[in-house]
Design a protein around this ligand. Structure first.
Ligand code: SIN
Length: 290
């Protein structure tokens, strides 16, 4: 693995993942506020690698909240009851005896049904099961760049329709959920609504273009018939989820992971029935996609 320390950074040590997507960042104590120059380096590494892991960070909820503020302030997390006394923190908890599908078990980019979806999601691992529980990420920039110029030109002017309805709507998967679940999900009529975002999104920092669709939250394409939209989205969902675009994140306890929702999608893999998995999650506010 290549270390980028000498090349680009003075205060942090950045080790890109072998997959060529994602990186690990060492040399920091995230329980303390980051000085401006260090923060700048973290932001630069994050822009470059999209999914950055900070190992060995035993953080309190307050420290995770403070780090989230430093990264740009809180996003709005709907449809899930937050932690008592911490309105911006979600506890992703699945008990050993839970049978309900684990939270996040489908490819998605967080809250893409919002007008200004979160730029980042920050997940801190408190209890990691001995098997399973990986989080998979797709590099949606490389997936876009792998398309033919003709396909890119066809997709670029399109607006994709996003909605929370398949998950949190009145007829969504959580409304039909009969298994006991520790996390308190709030099914809502509001989730049945929809809005549009560019199907190809330009990253506000890197200027790179990325596919911005996902099977969980993208339900159509504006100005196309449902059949046409289904065919194109079906192709894109298969195209995006190819092994060559994926980074598989393996958790260790007390690791903080921050990913960029503007150019990735992710999938929380199960496979840990019989074991507790416990994470704390915050989001960073983002812009209206362009
Ligand atoms: C999520 O989709 O935010 C959950 C990711 C995970 O639990 O690994």
């Amino acid at each position: 693995m290549l270390k980028e320390r000498q090349a680009a950074y003075r205060s942090i040590e950045v080790t890109p993942q072998a997959s060529g997507f994602g990186a690990e960042i060492a040399g920091l104590d995230l329980s303390l506020p980051l000085p401006p120059a260090v923060l700048e380096e973290v932001m630069a590494a994050w822009a470059r690698h999209a999914v950055v892991a900070f190992p060995d960070q035993p953080l309190s909820l307050e420290a995770q909240e403070a780090f989230t503020r430093q990264m740009g302030g809180f996003g709005h997390d709907p449809y899930i009851k937050p932690m008592t006394g911490h309105p911006n923190v979600l506890e992703l908890r699945r008990e050993p005896d839970e049978k309900a599908t684990n939270f996040g078990a489908g490819w998605h980019s967080d809250w893409s049904f919002q007008e200004a979806p979160p730029a980042a999601t920050i997940l801190h691992s408190k209890v990691v099961p001995p098997v399973g529980g990986d989080t998979l990420f797709v590099d949606a920039v490389r997936a876009y760049e792998a398309l033919s110029p003709t396909m890119q030109a066809m997709l670029s002017p399109l607006q994709a329709v996003h909605s929370a309805r398949q998950s949190y709507g009145t007829k969504g998967v959580f409304a039909k959920d009969t298994e006991k679940r520790t996390m308190q999900i709030i099914v809502s009529k509001e989730a049945d609504g929809s809005l549009t975002h560019p199907l190809v999104r330009t990253h506000p920092v890197t200027g790179k273009k990325a596919l911005y669709v996902s099977p969980v939250y993208t339900v159509g394409i504006e100005a196309l018939t449902p059949e046409e939209a289904k065919a194109i989205l079906g192709f894109l969902f298969v195209h995006l989820a190819q092994e060559r675009f994926i980074y598989r994140h393996k958790w260790r306890e007390q690791m903080l992971l921050m990913w960029d929702n503007r150019c990735t999608m992710h999938f929380a893999e199960g496979g840990y029935d019989g074991h507790l998995r416990l994470m704390h999650r915050t989001t960073v506010a983002g812009d209206v996609p362009v």
